[in-house]
Design a protein around this ligand. Structure first.
Ligand SMILES: C[S@@+](CC[C@H](N)C(=O)[O-])C[C@H]1O[C@@H](n2cnc3c(N)ncnc32)[C@H](O)[C@@H]1O
Length: 212
């Protein structure tokens, strides 16, 4: 069954022609996007063969036509909307660095890593601007969704850390995530002996206190 997280990510593809889901695993996101009528067609790609076999089974079960491609990163594509989700930010950055040039018709990029959102925002905002963001709580985890389009905007350290649009929306989920984060840091800060690490955590505590 498709998760709340994947449903929320898929929503941001609404209105585009062709969705490419990179690292699609079992292909649940493109199935949902097509069934909801968010996009006209979809492609599921993955570096691994096995997940795509499962994805193909799911496409047959759902009587839906979705192309599958085995590829490391973004394959050559005419897709106007690309999703990369459920991976670490470092891997997403590596994929973009090596293969973004394969996406010649890209209009919208939807990213939802598992962690290190600040690092990913700092990287992608060199060539994209953030046009929307969301934060959801699903299966005991908080997930942020970053929606990008070509362009440039200058972002502050605070905006890269918390998300410029998430900061404006200030949803209950957003505040809950950062209250929990603050509590977690407060629990460990006194026991940290490494001076640099301690300063880093103290800086984060200050930013979180200012935010909440
Ligand atoms: C944890 S799953 C995430 C699946 C789905 N995107 C989601 O958000 O739930 C990560 C998937 O990415 C694939 N993957 C990892 N590295 C990749 C790469 N360099 N290029 C394409 N797919 C990759 C893995 O094979 C796996 O199916």
């Amino acid at each position: 069954m498709i998760s709340k997280r994947l449903k929320e990510i898929a929503k941001f593809s609404n209105g585009y022609n062709n969705l490419l889901d990179v690292g699609s695993d079992h292909g649940l996101l493109p199935i949902y996007a097509l069934k909801q009528g968010f996009v006209k067609s979809a492609i599921a790609s993955d570096i691994n063969y096995k997940p795509l076999i499962k994805a193909k089974e799911n496409f047959i079960k759902n009587n839906i036509n979705i192309e599958t491609i085995i590829y490391d990163g973004i394959p050559e594509t005419n897709s106007d909307c690309i999703v990369i989700s459920g991976m670490g930010s470092e891997l997403i950055i590596d994929i973009l660095e090596k293969t973004l040039s394969n996406a010649k018709s890209l209009k919208r990029l939807i990213l939802s890593p598992n962690c290190d959102y600040d690092m990913l925002r700092a990287y992608v905002t060199k060539s994209f601007k953030i046009v929307d963001e969301d934060i959801i709580y699903d299966k005991n985890h908080y997930y942020e969704i970053i929606v990008l389009e070509k362009g440039f905007e200058q972002y502050s350290e605070k905006e890269l850390m918390f998300g410029p649009i998430l900061l404006k929306k200030r949803s209950e989920t957003f505040l809950n995530k950062h209250k929990k984060e603050l509590n977690d840091y407060l629990k460990i800060v006194d026991n940290i002996t490494d001076k640099v690490k301690k300063e880093e955590i103290e800086n984060k505590i200050k930013m979180l206190k200012d935010l909440i």
